[in-house]
Ligand binder design. Structure first.
Ligand code: NZQ
Ligand code: ZN
Length: 393
């Protein structure tokens, strides 16, 4: 196990009706002028919007609203939010929604204190400073884990490019998580969210760092819990217990607890961000296509087989084939593919309506025209990425 520092100060407020306390909770953290940020119509349709407005009024808080966050959130809205914060002297950001809404608030929170264009921070041209407006959230979609993570991902649709930045100061101060708020999620979003949660667990699991048993086993627990509860949530969207298990997994898969003391991979997220930068596919759907294909690619690499087989045995309950561990690994990948298919997610780019035309460009962008590799569990060069993209086609 490597040495590490880990600090996650986000207060998790979890359970039924917890969103009703949002106004009072904001006041405890010194909020007086709040910007309420949300996406499209989902929070209005399910009544959450009215509850939040009521709670803010009851608490006597001044608030402005910024609706319109879209999946693969746009920098144009972040810029608009930065202007509102400055004009209205906003001192607290409240995100009500999924990862896209929370990420928009995170980018705005640092953008307000940066004199140049906020894209400089997002694209990594300038490092974020120490000052930011605090962010809190009411989570409606367990997936990205942004409710406790220290990073955000934003798209500039004009380039097009999707990228992100982070800071230890970026974690929300509190996150309200009521599993009932996820009852209205359509099956496709539920499945995309679960795939993203599994991907966050696996990006950390596939490591070359030896002796990380405790975090391996926590990760396996997260994966097994999602695998058990996703079909239940799809069958009965109002299954509180299944929704609650998935919600907790989403946070703990991405707050980096399971990343402690190990090198992490993140190749698949790098690839997915390129794909969703070009094609506006849901993040979880992109990961559903890339992850099993990448594992299949690695199952031919001798050094990767033991970890793939370990996951197959411990998570997918495959019987270990000691004579041919590659077969064990492949059976695990097959079971992952079955779950993805049964959940209604795509397994190939063509199923998602994506062609081969950008393959060369994606491989170039990921490897700086073939001069770098990507990922650490198995460093992928440009040729590897092109082969993988063909496997995903
Ligand atoms: O806009 P509305 O109408 O609210 O609809 C949303 C949106 O269309 C809908 N939705 C959310 N909660 C709902 C609901 N519909 C019905 N009932 C509810 N309770 O779901 C759609 C997708 O929302 P979005 O926020 O885009 O999804 P998600 O939470 O999966 O976030 C994805 C974004 O997070 C980034 C991804 O790249 C992507 O841009 N990520 C952020 C990370 C982080 N900050 O740590 C890490 C992740 O790996 C990821 O990259
Ligand atoms: Zn993700």
């Amino acid at each position: 196990m490597n040495g590490f520092e880990f600090q996650c100060g986000t207060k998790m407020i979890f359970g039924k009706d917890k969103e009703l306390c949002v106004g009072e909770e904001l006041k405890k953290y010194g909020a007086s002028r709040v910007l309420l940020v949300y996406g499209g119509s989902s929070i209005k349709k399910n009544g959450l919007y009215d509850k939040v407005i009521h709670a803010l009024k009851e608490a006597g808080l001044f608030f402005e609203e910024l609706p319109g966050v879209v999946p693969n959130p746009r920098v144009s809205l972040v810029r608009k939010g930065v202007e509102i914060c400055r004009e209205k002297d906003i001192d607290f950001l409240l995100a009500v929604g999924g990862g896209s809404v929370i990420d928009t608030c995170k980018a705005m929170s640092f953008g307000v204190y940066y004199e140049g264009d906020v894209w400089d921070l997002i694209s990594g041209k300038t490092r974020p400073g120490e000052k930011r407006i605090p962010v809190a959230d009411i989570l409606t979609l367990p997936a990205a884990g942004s409710e406790e993570s220290d990073s955000c991902v934003i798209s500039d649709e004009t380039i097009p490019m999707k990228t992100g930045f982070g800071s230890p100061l970026m974690r929300p101060v509190f996150s309200i998580m009521n599993p009932e708020l996820t009852f209205t999620l359509p099956p496709y979003q539920t499945a995309c969210g679960c795939m993203d949660i599994m991907a966050h667990a696996m990006e950390r699991y596939f490591t070359r760092t030896p002796n990380v048993e405790m975090t391996d086993r926590v990760t396996e627990g997260i994966l097994a819990t999602v695998i058990h509860n996703l079909p239940k949530a799809l069958e009965n969207p109002r299954d509180y217990d299944a929704r609650a298990e998935i919600m907790l997994c989403g946070t703990w898969a991405q707050n980096d607890m399971t990343g402690c003391g190990r090198q992490q991979d993140w190749f698949n997220h790098g690839l997915e961000h390129q794909i969703s930068g070009f094609y506006d596919i849901a993040h979880g759907a992109g990961l559903a296509i890339s992850f099993p294909a990448w594992m299949e690619f690695l199952s031919d690499k001798q050094e990767c087989i033991p970890k793939l087989a370990q996951m197959a045995v411990r998570v997918w309950k495959v019987e270990m084939n000691f004579e041919n561990p590659r077969e064990t690994a492949k059976e695990g990948i097959k079971r992952l593919r079955s779950l993805i298919k049964e959940s209604g997610l795509p397994l190939t780019l063509s199923e998602a309506g994506i062609g081969t035309e950008k393959f060369e460009m994606i491989a170039d962008l990921m490897t700086n025209k073939g001069t770098h590799t990507c990922g650490s569990f198995y460093p992928m060069n440009k040729g590897d990425i092109l082969t993988l993209l063909q496997m995903m086609a």
